[in-house]
Design a protein around this ligand. Structure first.
Ligand SMILES: N[C@@H](CCC(=O)N[C@@H](CS)C(=O)NCC(=O)O)C(=O)O
Length: 213
């Protein structure tokens, strides 16, 4: 399988965590999101992924070229491919909570601070793009913290790593890039410390990627 990604793309990092947790191999193809206006906009890449984003997984199945985008769809696909360790809790309610918290990051936070949004804000408004990103990340993490206070054990939902943690940790990396003050999120920081101790989170870290700058 070929994983198209970018070292400091948080959505790409989510998928790398999934591969590492499940001890599945992949070939890494770096897509530079900035160089030359961004390789995600090239005709060749757009033909495979019309959303012009990373990550994208590419492989061949029964003689057919398969392309799959959207990190959560990719992670659920990996979970079906290799069910253990599961990234979705066995308990139905916990599973729904893990998905809910993952979506707070995936749908409610990251899209508002994505590169294309920042570029548009800078090009078309007088807003402070960094402050914009910081506000939306703070809003997302505030909600996440309140839910985690009630639901967390060692990790965001109970005592097993789940989809929620896989989305949370890369978002914290983004939060620091935008100078979000994380002191207000003690539950999240405790979860992060436990995740950081796991090899799957370490080897998938942006700084460990071949295209890291
Ligand atoms: N919901 C998507 C988000 C993907 C996404 O926003 N990727 C960013 C990097 S984290 C990207 O490729 N941005 C390129 C751009 O904005 O031009 C997913 O989970 O895969």
């Amino acid at each position: 399988m070929i994983l198209h990604g970018y070292w400091r793309s948080s959505s790409s990092w989510r998928v790398r965590i999934g591969f590492a947790l499940k001890e599945l191999d992949y070939e890494y193809r770096a897509v530079h999101l900035v160089e030359g206006g961004g390789k995600q906009h090239s005709a060749q890449y757009r033909a495979k992924n019309p959303m012009r984003q990373v990550p994208m997984l590419e492989w061949e199945e029964n003689g057919e070229e398969i392309y799959l985008t959207q990190s959560l769809a990719i992670l659920e696909f990996l979970d079906e491919l290799r069910p253990s360790p599961a990234i979705l809790p066995a308990n139905r309610v916990h599973r729904a909570w893990a998905r809910e918290m993952a979506e707070i990051i995936n749908a409610g936070t990251q899209p508002l601070q994505n590169l294309a949004v920042i570029q548009k804000i800078k090009a078309e408004t007088d807003l402070d793009a960094k402050a914009w990103c910081r506000d939306w990340i703070e809003r997302g993490l505030t909600a996440y913290e309140l839910l985690a206070e009630r639901r967390a054990g060692a990790y965001s939902v109970g005592d097993e790593v789940s989809l929620a943690d896989i989305c949370l940790i890369p978002q914290l990396y983004n939060a620091r890039r935008f100078d979000v003050d994380l002191e207000a999120f003690p539950t999240i920081l405790a979860i992060e410390e436990r995740c950081n101790a796991l090899e799957a989170f370490q080897v998938s870290h942006p700084d460990q990627q071949p295209d890291a700058q």
